[in-house]
Design a protein. Structure first.
Length: 359
């Protein structure tokens, strides 16, 4: 009996290091970002309230975790839900984890992730390649909305398979396919980034394929963006070209892409660090949509623009305050597109344990 107990103890002690390598870690994280602002739309309607500044850094909570599987292989996951700081409600009524819900494996050959993920264009935007506010208080990215500036290509996609390569001399490649499964359209694309020294550059291309669902391919988009740290300031530039731009979900009923506009956008921004804590940001974006004639409808063209300036003060690595002013307009004024807003807010990122902060 004693020999059996000793043998069991030896086996347990021998197995302990292997199980220790497979220890699982889970982190609860999130962001609360709320502003108080006054906005004025075309026609003179003025509203004072919370989150009147368009596109603040979205409040959310989530969990991410990883497990060391041995041999340089790691399993990991992320789930994330959007919420409103104004009233505590979720930002999607029928999706709890509407921002992220994926699982993956990572090793020396790169990463493979499966599930609901950001589009490649949104991945590019969140990494500050052409948007100086990381989709924050000056963000000019839109999710195929009526204000056609820098397109996010839908923000997130379901049923997505993504491969991310290791970095080679600063170059990293991401390839993603969102499987439509013939019930929704599929999205396929590639994102190439370069990060080395003061230069950061990215090129993204995604195509929305409606074959088998709507019978047309609507988006065919390429975006080039980059930042260069000049020492005294950082300059950001972006260019985007879209063929057959989808302006709203209602276009799902289309059987022809003939009436969908082509879209071109330019973006320039500057980040100027006044002190270690205080940074000024200025950004200007302009775009044009050209819609071809279709049937009895004549060809048309629209020009859009957005200007913004903000100041951020970092109280810590996780908390900053900001004041911002935005103005957006289209050459044919409408209440929804032509709008200005000024306000101030607080953004706080939290973690249940030490680690990288959420973007």
């Amino acid at each position: 009996m004693k020999k059996s107990l000793v043998a069991l103890a030896v086996l347990a002690s021998a197995a302990a290091p292997a199980f220790a390598q497979q220890a699982n870690s889970v982190t609860l994280y999130g962001i609360m970002d709320v502003n108080v602002a006054q906005s004025e739309t075309h026609g003179g309607t003025t509203v004072t309230g919370m989150d009147e500044l368009a596109n603040p850094r979205g409040s959310r909570f989530g969990m991410r975790g990883s497990e060391n599987l041995g041999g340089g292989l790691r399993g990991f996951f992320q789930i994330e839900a959007g919420l409103s700081g104004r009233d505590g409600t979720t930002t999607s009524n029928n999706q709890l984890f509407n921002r992220h819900a994926w699982v993956g494996l990572a090793g020396s050959m790169g990463e493979l992730t499966l599930g609901r993920q950001d589009t490649l264009h949104r991945t590019m935007n969140l990494s500050n390649y052409n948007d100086v506010a990381t989709e924050g208080e000056l963000s000019v990215t839109t999710s195929n909305s009526g204000l056609q500036l820098m397109q996010n290509f839908g923000s997130r996609v379901n049923n997505a398979v993504r491969y991310t390569s290791p970095a080679f001399s600063g170059v990293r490649v991401r390839v993603q396919s969102a499987l439509g499964q013939r019930s929704t359209a599929s999205t396929n694309g590639i994102l190439v980034t370069y990060d080395q020294g003061p230069l950061r550059v990215a090129l993204a291309r995604e195509q929305y394929d409606g074959d088998g669902v709507t019978g047309i391919s609507r988006w065919n988009e390429v975006t080039i963006g980059g930042q260069y740290n000049l020492g005294v300031a950082t300059l950001a530039l972006g260019y985007q070209k879209t063929e057959k731009l989808l302006a709203s979900a209602a276009a799902n009923t289309l059987t022809s892409a003939a009436a969908l506009p082509d879209h071109t956008a330019f973006n320039i921004g500057v980040i100027y660090p006044v002190t270690k804590q205080l940074a000024l940001r200025v950004q200007y974006t302009t775009s044009t949509t050209d819609t071809p004639a279709s049937g009895t409808t004549a060809a048309s063209s629209r020009d859009y623009a957005r200007t913004g300036v903000s100041a951020r003060y970092a109280f810590s690595s996780r908390t900053f305050g900001y004041v911002a002013y935005n103005q957006r307009e289209v050459d044919v004024p409408t209440a929804s597109a032509n709008k200005s807003a000024i306000g101030a807010g607080i953004s706080h990122a939290f973690l249940s344990s030490a680690g990288p902060q959420p973007a």
